[in-house]
Write a new protein. Structure first.
Length: 223
């Protein structure tokens, strides 16, 4: 590798853990449904495809709210919905320490995430200090592409301003890692932070030995 690589981190279950059932519990409770039952009802009504459209930027947050209420029978105002939908993230502290260390060492960092407007509004506030370490954010609803579509990775390469083979894409979903590789980026599969540090070392990215500490795993995270 001729240059120091640009490092692109996925957000969900890499930078932060997330749990959709937290939202589902909030919306399902007035209907007498558990979070799992509410989520199952939404999925049975084709909500996964609706979410994909939303995360590609193909519908407004207001339309997304209406669609969720229509398919599930939820009765929740928009403001309450926006708060309940967004508040699902917990920090992955070991990755936060890694990001701070990499930034101090002069690496350029980008975030590359499949996400939507309401989630992004929430996590940009919740993780503002950490996200200030990144040189840019590539978000699916803003670039109109979802991983593992090649268009998403090409948007990351464009933002980085370096050739694809000098960009490292880090994701917890193997399909997304493979998509990055097929588009010419270096792909690393995130399983845990110690393993990621080892993988980074293998491609010449060094971090502090003090980062190799046990991490807290969120057993309820999904996705």
């Amino acid at each position: 590798m001729s240059k120091r690589p640009v490092l692109i981190f996925d957000f969900g279950n890499v930078v932060a853990h997330f749990d959709f059932t937290l939202s589902c519990e909030r919306f399902g409770r007035p209907l007498g449904l558990s979070g799992a039952d509410f989520l199952a009802k939404a999925r049975a009504q084709g909500f996964v495809e609706v979410l994909k459209v939303y995360e590609r930027g193909g519908m407004s947050s207001a339309d997304f709210h209406r669609q969720l209420c229509n398919v599930t029978g939820a009765v929740v105002g928009y403001d309450e919905f926006a708060t309940g939908w967004g508040d699902i993230f917990t920090p992955n502290e070991s990755v936060h320490r890694l990001i701070l260390d990499l930034k101090k060492r002069g690496y350029r960092l980008f975030l590359g995430s499949n996400t939507n407007e309401l989630h992004a509004l929430h996590f940009r506030r919740q993780f503002e200090t950490l996200l200030d370490q990144f040189d840019g954010l590539v978000l699916s609803y803003e670039v109109s592409h979802l991983k593992p579509d090649a268009g998403f990775y090409l948007a990351c390469v464009e933002a980085a301003g370096q050739p694809a083979n000098e960009c490292v894409f880090i994701d917890d979903v193997l399909e997304n890692v493979e998509g990055a590789k097929q588009t010419g980026l270096i792909g690393l599969h995130y399983r845990d932070t110690a393993g990621l540090i080892d993988d980074l070392a293998r491609i010449g990215v060094q971090v502090s030995d003090t980062l190799l500490v046990p991490e807290t795993i969120n057993p309820t995270a999904v996705g």
